[in-house]
Structures are given as C-alpha cells and as structure tokens.
Design a protein. Structure first.
Length: 269
C-alpha cells in the first residue's frame, strides 16, 4: 500500500465569479501566503480569477454547472489523492492529516468523512465507526466529505452534468456520483472523523422549493422508481412536516415532481 504525504493531496474547489483568492483564507484559517496545500480552483462565470501561487491552479470557465466544475477539476488533477471542497466550508484542525492517514490505512478508492455545523453539532448522524457505504448511506454524503484515490476513478466515474446547481436538475449530484461508484464496483466507505465545518442549511435542505422537487422527481426516474408513487410519498412528507399545508399548492408541487421525472427520461433518450 502507498504511503501518501500531504504533497500527494490535491484539493478541488468549485466557485463562481471570484476576483481574488481571499476566500481561501476562511477555508484554511490562515493567510494566502501561508497556504501551501495543492489546490485546483474552477471559477465559473464572467469574472476572471488570476492565479497567484505556484501551488494553486486556477481554471476559469465561462459556462455554469456545479457538476461540470467538479469534472473539470477531476480531469485536471495530477496528485494521487483528491478532496472535493465547497467554497463555503472551513477545514477543522488536523483535517488534512486525517484524510492522508485514512488513505494510508484503507485500500479504498473513495473515502467519505463527516461534517460539523456552525454550532459544532454533527451535520448528519452516520455512526462512529468506519463502514462500507450502501445506497442508503450515500444519500447523506455532502460534497466536502468526498475524498478519493485519483487513479481509481479517473477513467471510471464522472459527475452527471444534468444534476447539481446550475444544471437542469439542481440537486442530488453527489448521490448519483456515489451510486455510480457502487454500481461499478468502486470501493467506497466512510470514516467517522470530522474534517470540515459547514453552514447548517445547504441547497439540498430547501426541500419545498420547485428546484429541489424537480430534481427529486428526476432522481426517482434515475433510480427506476414508480414516479407517481414517489411523488405521493414526497407530498406526504411535505404535508407531515408542515412545509406545505395548502392543498392547491401541494398539487402544484406534485406536478413539479412528475415533470422533473419526465424531463429526466426525455434527457436520457
């Protein structure tokens, strides 16, 4: 088994319309001049970001789409280990060492970690021991928890660019990426160490928005589930949680779910 070092790790960050690298200071909790980690930044939008450091590769992309950004970073990575980060997280002390240690002790292609919220509570409850992932557990994995051995996925996996912010279906991109890994026999497990702090509310938590509901409909079609039944279950969830209590609004949400499924099926032809 390889013995990886910090220099073998490349951190992949998707962002938009950044004019300078100052946002990295919050992520790493230190000045730019002290950031020595290998980083790839994919900056999408109309603002051009100039690279200032030899260890930071900047790729400007005029097109939009979070999954597109992830794929660009993965294709341009050159180090043995990669770690996907968002631009609004903060690394916890010892996080990089934890990632390196885990890959040194586990002969696993993809290793996911855990996130703390702003109040230092666990973001999700996923257990306190390392274990293999299944289709249920990968639903709770956030982007900045995903690390992988680059050579194990580069010619096997990619993000589905129909999913994710800025795409046709603006959610569920991580689940689909990790499910593809399971389907293709790519080894995938969790590590109970906390590595990042993330604001408690994520885009995926906006369960009542048409954007997310459309994506959930597309996901139902992707999983080959009975769309109308899944739509009814989702409407019951919204009703039970009190997110929607007005029947006409609930019917509109049902239609959005079904339309998302139909749009996905059409895109797959």
């Amino acid at each position: 088994m390889n013995r990886y070092t910090i220099d073998d790790l490349e951190i992949l960050i998707a962002t938009m319309n950044r004019g300078d690298l100052s946002f990295l200071e919050r992520i790493f909790s230190k000045p730019i001049s002290e950031i020595t980690e290998n980083i790839i930044i994919v900056n999408q939008g109309t603002v051009v970001l100039e690279g200032e450091c030899s260890n930071i590769q900047v790729i400007n992309d005029a097109q939009l789409g979070l999954s597109r950004s992830r794929n660009i970073a993965i294709q341009n990575a050159s180090k043995p280990l990669c770690w996907i980060l968002d631009d609004d997280v903060q690394l916890l002390p010892g996080a990089i060492e934890s990632v390196i240690e885990s890959h040194n002790t586990k002969n696993t292609a993809i290793i996911t970690f855990k996130t703390r919220s702003d109040n230092n509570e666990p973001y999700y409850t996923l257990g306190d021991v390392s274990k293999l992932h299944d289709r249920k557990s990968i639903r709770k994995v956030l982007s900045p928890e995903i690390t992988f051995k680059h050579k194990e996925i580069i010619n096997k996996l990619s993000y589905d660019e129909r999913f994710g912010l800025g795409s046709a279906f603006e959610d569920s991109e991580n689940y689909i990426f990790l499910k593809e890994a399971l389907d293709k026999g790519v080894s995938l497990m969790s590590d109970p160490k906390f590595v990042v702090k993330h604001p408690k509310t994520t885009s995926s938590d906006m369960v009542v928005t048409d954007r997310v509901i459309k994506a959930r409909g597309a996901l139902a079609a992707f999983d080959n589930r009975p769309v109308k039944l899944m739509a009814l279950k989702y409407m019951f969830f919204l009703l039970r949680k009190g997110y929607v209590v007005n029947l006409p609004v609930l019917l509109k949400k049902y239609q959005v779910f079904v339309q998302g499924a139909h749009a996905y099926l059409k895109s797959s032809k």
